[in-house]
Ligand binder design. Structure first.
Ligand code: ZN
Length: 139
């Protein structure tokens, strides 16, 4: 399982104390899921939340800000675009036009997103024998 998480500290709505939230993304059955676990340091205010589908922007921004974006590129000789388009459409439920735009990005500048998102796309592409590499800010 691939997971990526960061901590965000904010103020508690109930008591004004320090509230710590662990937010992150992970993959489950080839799909990106997200989670939030919040806990106040001063009062019993605590909750957790999980979801699939589009990750809330706040979580993506926190992951990207603290860990940097990951860049997915095609590796090796230019593959046929057919398996690439299939894999992208399968993962994201994209229209053919959207998948084409995404494939173009992958072929030129590389596709960017959080590490979990890119690992998930990479896994889908590798299942269709498309060689890819992931570059992260950390190296
Ligand atoms: Zn509190």
């Amino acid at each position: 399982m691939i997971t990526q998480g960061v901590k965000i500290t904010t103020r508690c709505h109930d008591c004004g104390g320090e509230l710590t939230r662990d937010v992150g993304q992970f993959t489950e059955r080839g799909q990106v899921r997200w989670g939030i676990e919040g806990q106040c340091q001063n009062c019993p205010n605590a909750w957790c939340e999980q979801g699939s589908g589009a990750t809330p922007e706040e979580i993506r921004e926190a992951l990207l800000a603290q860990q940097g974006p990951a860049r997915l590129r095609l590796a090796g000789p230019e593959p046929s675009m057919v398996p690439v388009l299939r894999a992208l459409r399968e993962l994201h439920g994209l229209s053919l036009a959207q998948a084409r735009a995404m494939a173009h990005e992958l072929r030129t500048t590389g596709l960017t997103g959080t590490l979990v998102e890119m690992e998930c796309v990479a896994a889908g592409l590798r299942r269709r024998s498309v060689a890819v590499t992931i570059e992260t800010a950390a190296g």
